[in-house]
Design a protein around this ligand. Structure first.
Ligand code: PA5
Ligand code: NI
Length: 191
């Protein structure tokens, strides 16, 4: 049942665990192998080590109504697929005019954003960073560290998640490891 009365949920900054979590979503490599530039590396990892956990989302259930403010944590595990860091699928909001706020809880990473009209933005995030995703910007988070990257998200209930465009076209920019450091490169598969 969605919560309709006031409540407080305790957040564990290191794990993203919510004391009142109503749902936990796990995304494994098999859920998003084709989203990585090096899909062959993804297939190899799955064959050799099994279906790796890439990220986990924990949230409390609220009514999907105007004015409700859903919030959740995301924990992205450390690692790379080929030379591309572990990341979320990423999405536009179904209602493009809805924005979102992310707050870094632990670890480090970046937030890659883009608009349908061709703008791109990459913002670093650490514990304590409050990152703003404006209306109309697709967003994906990436773990650039050697520990879990954990953050808190807050959005408007009717924003919705539209994964289709990103599943089809990807993001324009990829974040990959070059000489041990994160680097941005153009996505050869974009569009
Ligand atoms: O609402 C958001 O943007 C986040 O809570 C994301 O849903 C979460 O980080 C998981 O990413 P994605 O929805 O792209 O799988
Ligand atoms: Ni979102």
């Amino acid at each position: 049942m969605p919560h309709i009365a006031p409540f407080v949920t305790e957040v564990d900054f290191a794990s993203g665990e919510l004391s009142m979590a109503d749902y936990v979503i796990q995304r494994r490599l098999s859920d998003m192998a084709s989203m990585y530039a090096d899909e062959a590396a993804a297939r190899r990892i799955m064959a050799e080590e099994g279906d790796r956990l890439i990220y986990e989302v924990q949230g409390v259930e609220l009514p999907a109504e105007e004015g409700q403010i859903p919030h959740c944590t995301t924990r992205i595990t450390p690692g790379r697929i080929g030379d591309e860091y572990h990341m979320t699928k990423g999405h536009y909001h179904a209602r493009r005019e809805q924005g979102e706020v992310y707050f870094g809880l632990s670890g480090r990473g970046c937030l890659v954003m883009q608009t349908e009209s061709g703008e791109t933005s990459v913002q670093e995030m650490v514990a304590g960073s409050a990152a703003y995703v404006p209306p109309f910007w697709a967003h994906r988070t990436i773990n650039l560290g050697e520990e879990d990257f954990v953050f808190f998200s807050i959005w408007e209930a009717r924003a919705g998640h539209d994964y289709g465009a990103i599943e089809r076209d990807g993001f324009r920019v990829l974040v990959v490891m070059r000489d041990g450091q994160p680097a941005m490169v153009d996505n050869p598969k974009y569009g």
